[in-house]
Design a protein around this ligand. Structure first.
Ligand code: GLU
Length: 450
């Protein structure tokens, strides 16, 4: 277990949560990681215990599960399951992405929503935590099918949303195109041009510049700061990243801008290895313009290789950035990375490292930035998009990117200092969980028993 020490009271709360949320393994995992860090917080803040903040925070304020019927291009009918878990609104409207992927279950959405509470708190911006999605597979679907699915999804979800209530965005399988379709349907049903009701929109309809790039860029800013603490520079470092989606592509872009060398990335079919450094233009063309499989990159760079089914973490590197999905980097992978000389890991995905993997990194002195801190740049820029929409303004790329960078440095420093204050210097997992929890807990106490 990540942080083996749980006090009796916290352990009791954890076991109760496991019993009441039977079979939701990913949710249990996310809860265990956070609760394992909270013992010293209750000692310092007995008021949180008295107000039963941990017990309350584990129970979502509202959980919505709904049917999403739609027709494919051949006229065949399909039924999917939609979710929105509105977890906590102590700090602001519910905020968090929508994931469209066949693996989506209530447990996945709850773990993501739970993490989102603390991530959003760390940004310092006024946003609560939520997550949603559907067990729908976008792979191979035409644009018309995507539009019909998004419209059907929003036809049910719209009644729970609002710029002051709940503000979705993208996640795996949901990008600008899907957000635009959902915004269009919301606008049509409500007859309101309520720009701030979803984020990640395209620039023409109120999107924020940098939102597309923000998770990947923010991840690299966080990494850069972690390296600075270690008196290391990013320039010249050899990096590998899992994933080849929005987060990975823009992390590669920023890494290359800052002089790092990225030699590998992956998709669910295997990994791509390009020893001279990944050609970002070719990668963008294959993944963003063509929406093709990663292997198609070889048509542009025949000297690269694609290892079907291969384990990307076996490639020697100094920096590893898991940017694909949950539990994709386990204890064994972490050991291999450490043996190969890896000095820093920052999570672009949500909970990609297993508890055993995180433990290996901590014990080996590898700087380890957990997702709820390191990938918070996406949601932080979403909050900037909400600000921009509320002020009916439009900001420049430079202005927004500068704010993103300041926010990421702020998150890093808050996690670092909080870990130190609680006797866990260098442990960003503890720092993120404790700092995020304290912000939400204070607000919950102040709001009374609601
Ligand atoms: N899905 C992203 C995340 O995991 C972004 C959420 C948002 O922008 O609301 O934080």
């Amino acid at each position: 277990m990540m942080t083996p020490h749980m006090t009796d009271r916290i352990e009791g709360i954890y076991l109760d949560a496991v019993r009441r949320n039977g079979g939701e393994l990913e949710f249990h995992q996310a809860v265990r990681e956070v609760l394992g860090c909270l013992g010293p917080v209750l000692v310092k803040h007995p008021e949180f215990g008295k107000h039963k903040i941990i017990e309350r925070i584990l129970e979502p304020e509202r959980q919505i599960i709904f049917r999403v019927p739609w027709q494919d291009d051949k006229g065949e009918i399909h039924i999917n399951r939609g979710f929105r878990v509105e977890f906590n609104s102590a700090l602001g409207p519910y905020k968090g992405g929508l994931r469209f992927h066949p693996s989506v279950t209530l447990s996945i959405i709850k773990f993501l929503g739970f993490e989102q509470i603390f991530k959003n708190a760390l940004t310092g911006l006024p946003i609560g935590g939520a997550k949603g999605g559907a067990d729908f597979d976008p792979k191979g679907r035409s644009e018309a099918e995507m539009m019909r699915f998004c419209q059907s999804f929003m036809t049910e979800l719209y009644r729970y949303l609002g710029e002051y209530t709940d503000v979705p965005a993208g996640d795996i399988g949901v990008g600008t195109r899907e957000i635009n379709f959902m915004f269009g349907q919301y606008k049509r049903i409500t007859n309101r041009y309520e720009s701030g009701v979803v984020t990640g929109k395209s620039l023409n309809i109120g999107g924020a510049p940098v939102r597309t790039e923000s998770t990947g860029y923010g991840l690299v800013y966080f990494l850069e700061r972690m390296l600075q603490v270690k008196k290391e520079a990013l320039e010249g470092k050899v990096c590998i990243l899992s994933g080849a989606g929005n987060v990975a592509i823009h992390a590669i872009e920023k890494l290359q801008q800052l002089g790092a060398k990225v030699i590998a990335c992956s998709d669910s079919g295997g990994y791509l290895y390009d020893e001279n450094g990944i050609d970002l233009e070719a990668l963008k063309y294959v993944k963003l313009a063509q929406r093709a499989r990663l292997q198609a990159y070889l048509r542009h760079r025949p000297e690269a290789s694609f290892v079907a089914g291969g384990n990307i973490w076996s490639i020697p590197c100094q920096i590893a950035l898991p940017c694909a999905t949950e539990n994709e980097l386990n204890g064994k992978d972490a050991e291999i990375l450490v043996q190969n000389g890896c000095i820093a890991v920052a999570e672009g995905a949500n909970m990609p490292t297993t508890p055993e993997g995180a433990q290996v990194f901590l014990e080996a002195g590898v700087s380890f930035g957990p997702g709820k801190a390191a990938n918070a740049g996406g949601v932080a820029t979403s909050a900037l998009e909400m600000q921009q929409n509320a002020s009916r303004d439009s900001w420049s790329f430079e202005h927004t990117e500068t704010r993103l960078q300041e926010i990421m440095v702020g998150i890093h420093d808050l996690c670092y200092e909080t870990a130190e204050e609680f006797g866990k210097k260098g442990n960003y997992v503890a720092g993120a969980n404790i700092a995020g929890f304290i912000k939400v807990a204070r607000a919950m106490v102040e709001l009374g028993l609601v």
